[in-house]
Design a protein around this ligand. Sequence first.
Ligand SMILES: C[S@@+](CC[C@H](N)C(=O)[O-])C[C@H]1O[C@@H](n2cnc3c(N)ncnc32)[C@H](O)[C@@H]1O
Length: 220
Amino acid sequence: MYDESNRMNEVELTRKTYDEIAGDYARRLKDPYLGGSEAYHKRAIDRFVSLLPSPEVRILDVGCGFGHDLGYFLAKGLNVYGVDLSRGMLSLARRDFPEAQLCHMDMRWLNFRPESFGGVWAAHCLYHVPKRDIDRVISGIRQVLLPQGTFFCSLKLGKGDGMYTDQQAVSYPGKPRFYALYTENEAREMLSGFDIVEWDVKPEIYYGSAWLYVRSKKSV
Ligand SMILES: C[S@@+](CC[C@H](N)C(=O)[O-])C[C@H]1O[C@@H](n2cnc3c(N)ncnc32)[C@H](O)[C@@H]1O
């Protein structure tokens, strides 16, 4: 655990860490991605794409980071828009995918017209949001989705939250990031505005926790 007597709040500290580690983080995660789960992750993206209302809809990649998933969406010819809080991560995405639509944005205040996306992809990023703000994030995502739009998210399963240095595929001593863990019941409550399509629990402990992958549809 990290000494929380710091004056910056947990979101700012997490953003600062991503700004500082962006280059190294991207280099190390690209090969192999998340310690070897690349094939699984790409299957998860393919499944999400198969659930979109149509292949022409816009997809919002929330917390797109250095653009790993964004690049995969682009390679599939999809219309994807990426947002992230870390300018360091975004600049790598811009460098590697100059054709991509990218914007510096905090997912707690998504600034898009209602119903402007057919899919929202939020991989490995919702756990960086303090629990006091998560309902605003989820309702913002619901608002920007078309009726029957598809929502994917991954969560770390467990209890509690805090600043950690060791909850990721790539750890950086002295550079903490905030993590909020959720029980399955909390996750179901959080996603109550969505019809669950697939609820995929990975019980094995992977970087400090079990994982939950959810594919859902905006309920109407
Ligand atoms: C573990 S990385 C995952 C990146 C990408 N989704 C992936 O799977 O490769 C988490 C990302 O979430 C971003 N992030 C954290 N808090 C955020 C916030 N409030 N709004 C937008 N992005 C945020 C970080 O800057 C970071 O790029």
